[in-house]
Design a protein around this ligand. Structure first.
Ligand code: SF4
Ligand code: SF4
Length: 457
């Protein structure tokens, strides 16, 4: 027998114990410092018979002939080429009614907005791809700029794709990421008609802070309008709402205050999920912001404190480690981001950057002019990159974010560590604490939040 390469040791808050978490199969168990030491030293002879049996059953110890890389490689390829779920993010416009200080969508050229002809090309692309691939589920995420600035085109798209899915016995769903300031009852009800599963609205802190980071073009802060949107969503109650809180070094304390404010606000937070977005300062439009961003080693500790505080205030959500064979869905063959002019990219952070253009939807709705960037992105294999292939986090990371990799190394094929190292340990800790509190056997398999949180559809 030999040790799995995916055993992660996590120091528990109780100093006398370690948590042994196998990132490949999700098994967690409490172990003593002596056993942790034996594992660290690969000293299998010092393990008791009982430990050896338990570790064999839980995949901590595996047969000498087993190469975990081969199993991971199979799972990675299977997910990459799975065709059942076709997902597209469509940027209805690059325009926005806000002028956030950190927004990545700074442009040298005037902002584009999708018109009905471009929307029809997108619809045709999506529906023909769904047919060719034999998809069972088609989902559309409306994004911008601010998608509500051009929501009539959004509704045109949702209505046509929904009709197509109904005629072809496919599941249809939608979602939207919005600053919330233009939301009203009518829009919420219409989104609900289009099986909108999630609406994400962003808050950056209490009023004084949010208003200095997310303001309208005339300089007025957007906090009150965003809170009104949350109240509207809560009263309406039809669409699951995610409150996104963007965090960097400058608003950390304010984020604590924001959570406490929300706890006191009378809004029923059990209906909402909170998602802490880590602001990154690496895209061309916000490169000057990077000194204010949290480092990779700081993120886990910050999130752990925020998860606990959010829970105390009434938000309902579970932090659980989970296997990922790809860092985000955009590595799959069936996920795209489409710009208002029908240019196709993988990640929305790359929209407008020529070197990341993957192709274009032509007048017939075909994806044409595929570029080398498409093949380059789609051929990413974390096992071919030494750092990822030897990394204990690989099964809960998937090889990292292509945007981070490109920004750090000029290639999609390097490690793209983001919200993983140090964060997984905190997820494990939180998971075990929750399980212990709930008195549930901590040896059940687990699942986890991961990726950047944007494209896990
Ligand atoms: S991206 Fe980083 S954390 Fe993820 S597998 Fe690669 S080296 Fe490990
Ligand atoms: S993880 Fe996020 S930023 Fe990275 S490629 Fe996926 S969607 Fe883009």
């Amino acid at each position: 027998m030999k040790l799995s390469k995916y055993n992660l040791l996590v120091q528990s808050n109780d100093d006398d114990q370690y948590i042994l978490f196998n990132t490949f199969n999700g098994n967690c168990m409490m172990i003593s410092p002596n056993v942790a030491h034996a594992i660290e030293q690969n000293n299998l002879e010092s393990l008791t018979k009982e430990d050896t049996e338990l570790f064999t059953q839980t995949g901590v110890l595996i047969q000498n002939n087993v190469e975990e890389d081969k199993i991971y490689s199979y799972m990675h390829s299977r997910e990459k080429h799975a065709s059942t779920h076709l997902a597209a993010t469509v940027l209805l416009t690059e325009s926005c009614n806000l002028r956030c200080t950190y927004c990545f969508q700074g442009h040298d050229t005037p902002p584009m907005t999708m018109d009905v002809g471009q929307a029809d090309r997108f619809i045709s692309f999506l529906t023909s791809s769904a047919k060719i691939n034999g998809s069972k589920h088609v989902s559309v995420l409306l994004f911008g700029g601010e998608p509500l600035v051009n929501i009539e085109i959004g509704f045109h798209i949702l209505s046509k794709v929904k009709e197509f899915c109904e005629q072809n016995e496919m599941v249809f769903s939608s979602s939207i990421i919005t600053n919330g300031t233009l939301l009203n009852e009518n829009i919420i009800n219409k989104l609900h008609e289009f099986n909108c599963k999630m609406i994400q609205v962003t808050l950056d802190g209490v009023k004084e802070i949010h208003d200095t980071r997310r303001m309208f073009a005339n300089g007025k802060g957007s906090f009150d309008d965003t809170i009104n949107a949350l109240k509207l969503l809560k009263d309406n109650g039809k669409i699951h709402t995610v409150v996104r809180v963007n965090i960097d070094k400058t608003n950390l304390q304010d984020t604590y205050q924001l959570l406490e404010y929300l706890g006191r606000s009378g809004i029923d937070l059990t209906k909402f999920t909170v998602d802490f977005g880590i602001v990154r300062g690496e895209t061309s439009a916000c490169a000057g912001y990077s000194s204010k961003c949290l480092s990779e080693s700081e993120i886990g500790g910050v999130l752990y404190d925020l998860w606990n505080l959010a829970e105390k205030q009434g938000f309902k959500y579970k932090i659980r480690p989970m296997r990922k064979t790809m860092y985000c869905g955009l590595y799959s063959n069936n996920q795209f981001t489409v710009a208002p002019n029908c240019d196709v990219y993988k990640c929305w952070e790359h929209v407008g950057q020529k070197e990341h253009l993957m192709g274009r939807i032509d007048d017939n709705g075909n994806l044409s002019n595929l570029t080398y960037a498409f093949y380059d992105w789609m051929s990413v294999d974390p096992l071919k990159n030494e750092e990822c292939s030897e990394c204990v986090y690989l099964p809960v990371c998937g090889g990292g974010c292509g945007v981070v990799s490109y920004n750090e190394s000029g290639t999609y094929h390097s490690k793209g560590c983001f919200k993983i190292k140090g964060t997984v340990e905190k997820q494990v800790l939180k998971y075990v604490e929750d399980m212990t509190n709930a008195n549930i056997d901590s040896q059940n398999n687990c699942t986890c939040e991961g990726g950047c949180g944007k494209s896990d559809s």
